[in-house]
Design a protein around this ligand. Structure first.
Ligand SMILES: Cc1cc2nc3c(=O)[nH]c(=O)nc-3n(C[C@H](O)[C@H](O)[C@H](O)COP(=O)(O)O)c2cc1C
Length: 325
């Protein structure tokens, strides 16, 4: 009898397919559909730091009475949060899979105190989407990293539920960053975040958004780092994210060492049935290779279990380029 059960952030999931934070997880109806299609857990759409700030500022100039202003500011902040807390509470009632809340933030600020209420509303874990582009030439790499670590440490001091950090791939030394997060008692990392990407329309001369959806080839960068990080920092759970569009891609990430795979674009393209297709593939593949549990093969192809970092690094690069005339 095969089992697809996995552990992620101290939670037991019936399988490793997690729905990524997005509009797909912003309503209870959608979350129910994801559970019905077989999802092991869902990450709710992010509560944005900007969203809270923006709502508060929209009220800022209405009325000249300071007491009213204070009240309105706190109403605006609470209201947007209230909506989010309601989503957590209702989702917890409606489904039995774990509900992971998500906060998108750039710095330590007022939003931090909201995390306590997210925990109280019943979220099983918190995914922290730290969306901070290092574009200031006067800010060095150490300062950028300190900003990420400061947010993570602050959150850790506020909630007791497991925390994962959804990271960009732009750090100089990704395993070192993950290790630093581990020392701040962060339970997991999501590799990787997908930032907004600008494009330029040469006819309208406007900056537009490039496609927000990934393609299957986008798996490569996360595959490398899932392998390297899961071997280097084994006590931090790794969720693979970006470019996982098929059961085969999910198996690759599990073989590299991922605890779970997060999927998003493929669900926008194919609908919730894509989850079932991925699970069927995993089941079939495990049967073919005589595996009874995910743990039996998870990480089998990461550098530690292969006994060498080479296949993820330079020697393969040299072989690859020298074999192409
Ligand atoms: C329409 C859309 C909305 C998204 N919204 C969020 C969000 O609110 N918070 C977040 O952390 N990531 C968000 N993401 C990023 C996804 O969670 C995911 O990390 C990214 O799409 C890469 O996974 P994929 O290749 O499976 O699409 C969004 C992605 C899309 C396409």
């Amino acid at each position: 009898m095969k089992s697809l059960e996995v552990k992620y952030l101290g939670l037991t999931l019936k399988n490793p397919v997690v729905v990524s934070s997005s509009g797909l997880t912003s309503t209870v109806d959608n979350i129910k559909k994801m559970e019905a299609a077989g999802a092991g857990a869902v990450v709710l759409k992010s509560l944005f730091q900007e969203q809270i700030t923006h709502e508060a500022q929209a009220y800022e100039h209405e009325g000249d009475y300071p007491e009213a202003h204070d009240y309105i500011m706190s109403y605006a902040v609470n209201n947007s949060v209230e909506e989010y807390l309601k989503l957590i509470r209702e989702a917890k009632q409606a489904v039995s899979i774990p509900i992971i809340a998500s906060i998108n933030c750039t710095s330590v600020g007022e939003w931090v105190s909201f995390a306590k209420r997210i925990e109280a509303a019943g979220a099983d874990a918190l995914e922290l989407n730290i969306y901070f582009l290092a574009s200031n030439k006067d800010m060095n790499a150490a300062a950028c990293e300190a900003q990420y670590l400061g947010i993570a440490a602050k959150l850790r001091s506020i909630v007791t539920i497991p925390i994962s950090v959804k990271m960009p791939k732009t750090f100089t030394n990704i395993p070192h960053m993950v290790d630093q997060l581990y020392y701040r008692k962060i339970n997991g990392v999501v590799l990787f975040n997908r930032f907004y990407e600008p494009d330029i329309n040469v006819e309208t001369m406007k900056v537009e958004s490039a496609s927000v959806f990934s393609s299957p080839s986008d798996i490569r960068e996360s595959l490398r780092w899932v392998g390297i990080v899961s071997a280097a920092v084994p006590l931090v759970d790794v969720a693979a994210s970006t470019g996982i569009h098929s059961g085969e891609a999910a198996i690759k990430q599990l073989l590299a060492g991922a605890a779970v795979v997060e999927v998003c674009s493929v669900l926008y393209k194919k609908g919730p049935k894509a989850i079932n297709e991925i699970l069927e593939f995993i089941n079939g593949w495990m049967g073919k290779h005589h595996y009874k549990s995910i743990e039996e093969f998870r990480g089998k192809m990461n550098p530690k279990n292969l006994g060498s970092l080479d296949v993820y690094e330079r020697s393969q690069f040299m072989r690859y380029y020298s074999s192409h005339e």
